[in-house]
Ligand binder design. Structure first.
Ligand code: PLP
Length: 408
């Protein structure tokens, strides 16, 4: 029998959403007539807007004609999409990113999960806590995490940077030397973010300590406050030390279509047997070996996000979700809850009067609202609940009405 990768046996993940599903199924079995409102899952609900649909229809027709048919796409993405990304997401913000520093992919989840491959297995990893579980689990799979300590609720070789109401959700700068630091801003699950001046010390830390910042800005499109950077490269010097991940999923409703991109600047250097190597070259090699491009139709859809019409329509959808966020925040505050997020991100994070699983149960049993208990995102998530603003307006209002009657 072949030996398994025993790192996988160290994984604790899967627990959160399967436990939620178990409790929901149990409730439904006991209350078959109950109508649940699901405010837990981070998936969008609005359909794709017309500008994106018509770009796709056109691309589908091109695929059906001999002279415009396309086979394999370039693995890094078509020039038309890379140019649109550069111009709109970077040049327009005064950031200079070269075309060969952009890698189009089919999702930020894969990219944030795969990036660890270009680092040494002994690299020291830090995550903010609570955390998007992909950062931790992929390092567990790679054998970088050490053992899980159930007492601590943490892996022995991962550094956790707690983010909570007490520190204003600003992660503390590490006191020791680290190699890979995952920052998710705006944050999933807390919905909070950092201003430019709060982000700058991270770039400074990375430069001083030879660390690489892995900056996941999947929720960048939801930023509404002017002092919050849309890209880490707005911080001077960040191009030397940061990789940035972006996604069309939450920006433009692509969760089912699949398109994202990663920026790996050529100035980001890693050490290999005492010599410097370029992170861009390593990622490029990985991408070419393991990825075969995003479909032509999907890349035309992503390009349309940057068209005049596309921008307008996407902004309207984001405004719709952010109005849900406002409604949720207001009514939770009205019943006396302390609420965070929801201003620069589609996530609402609130403090629970009891532990997060007990409050999850109360929301489910008393109000028929499915939420996500913060404890599932890490130890520092205990005592919080996440709600998403991605529901329909109708369901958001129904949820608010139900929760509004709650006595804490
Ligand atoms: N990064 C964060 C922080 C997310 O919350 C998500 C999706 O929920 C992703 C990445 C994944 O995005 P994609 O759909 O592009 O794989």
């Amino acid at each position: 029998m072949a030996n398994a990768n025993t790192n996988y046996l160290e994984l604790q993940g899967g627990y959160l959403f399967s436990e939620i599903a178990r409790r929901v199924a149990e409730y439904k079995a006991q209350n078959p007539g109950a109508e649940l409102i699901r405010m837990g899952i981070g998936d969008v609900t609005r359909p794709l807007p017309p500008a994106i649909l018509s770009a796709m229809h056109k691309a589908v027709d091109e695929m059906g004609a001999e002279n415009t048919f396309r086979g394999y796409a370039p693995d890094r993405g078509y020039d038309f999409l890379i140019d649109a990304i550069r111009e709109n997401d970077y040049t327009a913000r005064g950031i200079d990113i070269a075309p060969d520093e952009i890698f189009v992919s089919d999702g930020a989840k894969c990219d944030v999960g795969n990036i660890q491959e270009i680092f040494d297995v002994g690299a020291r990893v830090a995550v903010t806590d609570p955390v998007y579980p992909v950062y931790v689990d992929t390092n567990v799979m790679a054998g970088r995490s050490g053992k899980f300590d159930p007492q601590q609720g943490r892996y022995s070789q991962i550094t956790y940077l707690p983010c909570n109401a007490e520190n204003g959700f600003v992660p503390p700068l590490p006191g020791q030397k680290l190699d890979m630091i995952y920052l998710c801003l705006p944050n999933n699950p807390t919905g909070t973010t950092l201003t430019l001046s709060q982000l700058a010390p991270w770039v400074e830390y990375a430069k001083k300590n030879g660390a690489v910042l892995l900056f996941d800005s999947a929720y960048e499109a939801y930023i509404s406050q002017s002092d919050v950077p849309h890209s880490i490269y707005e911080v001077p010097g960040a191009k030397d030390v940061a990789v940035e991940f972006r996604s069309f999923s939450k920006t433009a409703g692509f969760t089912g279509l699949r398109a994202a991109y990663t920026v790996v600047p050529k100035a980001v250097r890693l050490l290999a047997a005492g010599k410097e190597v370029s992170a861009n070259e390593l990622w490029s090699r990985r991408h070419a070996t393991k990825f075969n491009g995003v479909s032509y139709v999907t890349q035309r859809a992503a390009e349309a996000v940057y068209s005049q019409e596309g921008k307008k329509q996407v902004r309207e959808i984001i405004a719709y979700y952010m109005e849900n966020a406002r409604i949720l925040t207001k009514s939770l505050r009205e019943i006396g809850l302390e609420v965070f997020g929801g201003v620069n991100a589609p996530y609402i994070w609130f403090k629970t009067p009891t532990d997060s699983w007990s409050f999850f149960d109360r929301l489910l049993n008393e109000r028929q609202v499915v939420s996500t208990p913060g404890a599932g995102f890490g130890k520092s998530g205990e005592g919080y609940i996440r709600l998403t603003a991605f529901s329909s307006r109708e369901n958001t209002l129904r949820a608010v009405e139900r929760i509004g009657k709650m006595e804490l």
